[in-house]
Ligand binder design. Structure first.
Ligand SMILES: Cc1cc2nc3c(=O)[nH]c(=O)nc-3n(C[C@H](O)[C@H](O)[C@H](O)COP(=O)(O)OP(=O)(O)OC[C@H]3O[C@@H](n4cnc5c(N)ncnc54)[C@H](O)[C@@H]3O)c2cc1C
Length: 419
């Protein structure tokens, strides 16, 4: 077994992991190692050849691959160790990482602090209830993205998309450009799951219909998918009899949600948040296990990669504080409390007495117009901002100065269109 001892080990070489490793170096870390199961750094951005990345960070529209390359170049010109083609199998509470690869077999890495940056994965056909067989031609949007953009395969000729998550919307446009006939996007909810800009740029601009309150109820075909039945649903998501419609297709693309990759976190005994499905974090992005931090989509599924990179930097600064002994092993915590139309807030807790500037990330429960965000610490109002439009797919971020003396309540007050 090959052994390593490092100051900071980062698991995952996507945008979160790369930003974390670079920030750790900037903050003066000695040995920093990225462990990545793929053969190259970049994470999921390697298959994102469309633009729209980096608007906040670089004030320009970049392809996902271009965005990733900026960080890859910086890592290549640094002394950060990169172990690619290496799969992490286990992380222990005393910060030992067990991994394996073809070169060394088992690898043991002892780290002063660990940053989890394993990203997220897509919900699959087995996680959504659809009657019928599971023939060839039922694929997640991410798999279709990989087949077309990296492997060079055409996965079908006539497609139906179930779910209006961002990857599905982006793939509706991409498939159209590859001459796949996209019949439509079918979304069970009353409002879209993806960003407004993607509805406009990927569906409206290409004349692809979006059918809200509609779902796929049956998959037809045994070996290869031959078609699907779609039907309208009521406000309780029950199928409305008599609205069924058969659509011929040889590809069903699923864009039905993303979940943080949390197997390693669960095995390490890290407390998870039932709403974000990622670890419960404090303002340093430290998990419930001292010295283990989390960033990017493994922490909470972000909408913009710019936020993903920022979260990596927050976790890296936290990890450096931990290494310098500036974080108590068992800190006393205050809570961030979502209220009104706010569904969840990350970080979920703040170190008592932290007296710091903290970035909060949140999503709302339902779309609204002219809403107002108000943050209060104890009795004091510490932040307020008006939003012309808020919707669950669009993450909201604000920076607040907290004294660390009381819980912080984060309220999105009702606007014109609530409910
Ligand atoms: C299929 C898919 C397509 C997407 N497409 C878009 C898009 O088009 N536009 C957009 O804005 N956002 C897209 N996203 C969202 C995208 O994930 C984020 O914008 C961002 O890339 C997340 O960064 P990350 O570093 O948190 O995760 P990732 O980019 O997913 O990186 C995580 C890395 O961790 C590695 N890893 C995981 N587990 C282990 C392990 N056990 N051992 C070692 N390494 C491990 C993975 O191989 C991966 O390289 C997509 C997400 C998915 C899942």
């Amino acid at each position: 077994m090959n052994d390593y001892k490092v100051d900071i080990a980062v698991i995952g070489g996507g945008p979160a992991g790369m930003a974390a490793a670079l920030e750790a170096k900037k903050q003066g870390a000695g040995t920093v190692m990225i462990i990545e199961r793929d053969v190259e750094l970049g994470g999921i951005l390697q298959q994102c050849i469309h633009d729209g990345f980096g608007l906040h960070r670089f004030q320009k529209r970049m392809a996902g691959t271009e965005y990733a390359q900026v960080f890859v170049d910086d890592i290549e010109s640094s002394d950060i160790w990169v172990l690619t083609d290496t799969m992490v199998l286990e992380v222990t509470q005393d910060r030992v990482i067990y991994a394996c690869n073809n070169r060394d077999g088992m690898v043991e890495i002892r780290a002063g602090a660990i940053i989890l940056a394993m990203g997220c994965r897509e919900r699959t056909a087995s996680q959504v209830l659809i009657y019928g067989y599971r023939p060839a031609g039922v694929l997640t949007a991410g798999a279709v993205q990989r087949y077309i953009n990296i492997e060079g395969y055409l996965p079908g000729r006539k497609a139906v998309i179930l779910g209006s998550g961002d990857i599905g919307l982006i793939m509706a446009r991409r498939m159209t450009l590859e001459h796949i006939d996209v019949q439509g996007v079918y979304e069970v909810m009353q409002s879209p799951g993806g960003l407004t800009r993607n509805i406009v740029q990927c569906l409206d601009d290409y004349g692809i219909p979006l059918h809200l309150s509609t779902t796929v109820t049956k998959i037809h075909g045994k070996k290869r998918i031959e078609g699907v039945t779609v039907a309208r649903v009521d406000e309780n998501r029950r199928v409305i009899p008599g609205t069924e419609n058969y659509i011929e297709c040889d590809l069903l693309v699923l864009a039905v949600g993303l979940i943080p990759e949390n197997e390693l976190s669960i095995k390490a005994g890290i407390e998870l948040d039932s709403r974000t499905k990622g670890p419960v974090l404090d303002n340093n992005f430290m998990t419930s296990v001292p010295g283990i931090f989390a960033a990017g989509n493994v922490a909470v599924v972000f909408d913009l990669v710019d936020y993903v990179s920022q979260s990596g930097e927050i976790a890296a600064r936290g990890a450096m504080k931990y290494l310098r002994g500036q974080i108590h092993e068992t800190p006393k915590y205050l809570k961030t409390i979502p209220a009104g139309n706010v569904n969840f807030v990350v970080p979920q807790r703040l170190v008592a007495g932290c007296a710091c500037r903290t970035q909060l990330f949140m999503r709302v429960k339902s779309p609204d117009k002219k809403a107002q965000l108000v943050c209060g610490e104890g009795q004091a109002q510490i932040f307020q901002r008006k939003y012309p439009f808020v919707a669950p797919p669009e993450m909201i971020s604000c920076t607040v100065d907290v004294t660390g003396t009381g819980d912080v309540t984060v309220t999105m007050k009702e606007g014109e269109n609530h409910g």
